[in-house]
Ligand binder design. Sequence first.
Ligand code: ADP
Ligand code: MG
Length: 243
Amino acid sequence: MAKITIDDVTKRFGEGDESIIAVDDVSLDIRDGEFIVFVGPSGSGKSTLMRIVAGLETQTEGDIHIGDDLVNQLGPRARDIAMVFQNYALYPNMTVEENMSFGLKMSTDMSADEVEEAVTSAAEMMDIDMLLDDKPGELSGGQQQRVALGRAIVRDPNVFLMDEPLSNLDAKLRAEMRTEINRLQNDLDVTTLYVTHDQTEAMTMGDRLVVLNYGELQQVGTPLECFYRPANQFVAGFLGSPS
Ligand code: ADP
Ligand code: MG
């Protein structure tokens, strides 16, 4: 687990008149072990903010702290973060086992036995231990998403970033994976930042909801607070609050 501090973070793409402000002076304190859900329309800066926290994108202004460390200068590997995307990004030519062990072999000094143990334990946790010799192309969408999650937890990260991880799944699988992700959050003691445009995920999965529009923070609160006491017209409209 780790607390995360986002301090006056702004991200501008491009120069001068042509520039776009993707994230506009966002500040947010995320507690150790918290599950935070980010919502907002397409283009509201959710993915950019995730990428900045992950170290895949550099903010134009502001600071990111993970734990007590200022991580502005650190790349993704050094931040001890695991990311899961909607397109899974699995390596098609590798088996599930190789997909899960690749990162560990490349970026840690774990022994072959330790790698195998970590992969086995993550695979059991995601209930994919019977798929370890298969290639991603042989798996269903739901199984691929389980592998993507397995690959993320194999590193035993302190922080999970998930950007619309379930949006390619049908409704039944989405419901199943919502429960699964919340279970992982509890079992693994991670801090999770979760992006979605799904109303049910927004209302049920997180401890707090963060609503963004045009890169600006609109409201931070429990899902019920945001729903029943929306900070402004935008939040009310977006969440479908009763008027
Ligand atoms: P969301 O994930 O909420 O849909 P994004 O973070 O992807 O929003 O995008 C926020 C804004 O930043 C959009 O206007 C998008 O076009 C712009 N943007 C994102 N990435 C880039 C980039 N690499 N170059 C230029 N503009 C970008
Ligand atoms: Mg996005």
